[in-house]
Ligand binder design. Sequence first.
Ligand code: SF4
Ligand code: SF4
Length: 380
Amino acid sequence: MDGLSLYRNIVDLCVSCRCGKCLDSCPIYRVVRREMVSPRGKLKVIHAYLKGEISPSESLLESIAYCTLCLACEVNCGINRLTSMHISMSRIIPSFRWELIKNGYELPQYKSIIDAVWKTDNIFGDVNHKSKQQIHSGDVEVIYWSGCVASVRRRNIDISISSILSKLKVDFKSLNNLCCGYPLYQIGYWKDLEAIIDKNMEVIRRLDSNTVVSSCPACIGFIRDFYPKIVEGKLPFRVKHISEVFQEYVESGDLKLNFEDRDIAVAYHDPCHLARYLNIYDQPRNILKNMNINLIEMEKNKLETECCGGGVRLVLPELSTTIAAQRILTIPKNTNYLLTSCPTCTINLGDGVTIAKVLYDFNTDVKVMDLAEFICQFIK
Ligand code: SF4
Ligand code: SF4
């Protein structure tokens, strides 16, 4: 796994540039308005750390917790746009967190996540031990990887996907209550990450499947791009987001969706981890287009989407829902449904609606749903 010093040159470059083009795209900075937690400020702190000007400390870990890893800053970054070098917050920030954790610092919120994953295989920790995933053997075509959030906090996504896959007669098995390890990677707890990945790979291998699908973009991205680094080699299965799978079935005509209410206005929120990490933004739209839905685009969409704050939901919950509420304030007027394709975005934006009404007197009846939950209602 990458050490922080690998990023010395790129961090130096930002510190000499300091253009600030990233500032307004950062969801954290837009709410907190403190230079220290802006993308530029965080890189300046890391620069000082790498030069030995500041020492590791709990307060440093606390300030670096202020990042959702949404990558919005990268889209507008002067260096990324104008040079062949690339500022990659998805690597730099977790590396810095790991550096501080290695030095013995910890946040109580991080500790809760780590303990929960170890005890229950789920970041929320409220999973009954007995319901922990058993290792099954067998031979199924597709594994539906539920992920922490859809397993316990938004069961309806699980139920909807299982129902759609069953109707499509897909030979699949659901794996619930297994954490892919990304939450630990993200907070910088890299100790034992390999053990979690090895354990998960063992579960997947025993089922001898050729495809792993999930509604969680973070799980998909982590399994697809990070697992091969640990298992040293190509994964013996494909990894797909559920919207890619549904799009294929819609295009082949096997998934027929019957939607007739032409007065319903639908907006779509692109999850950061789906759009910016995986470049998946057309697939959900193609499904909705196929249903002849009146899709209204949000002003910030696709690669320029705005974060819902979900990346700090367990660490900085108040900030997380404030960011979600601000995203809700940007939905087009009279939107009936706000759809997205990520369990974390779904629950966070749902909370954002409540906060937007209470805090900003925002008048809306919008219903937030995951795409799978939505289309499940209209299968012919
Ligand atoms: S990744 Fe997102 S939250 Fe983190 S600094 Fe960049 S814009 Fe801000
Ligand atoms: S836009 Fe890029 S180079 Fe400019 S301050 Fe932000 S991170 Fe640094």
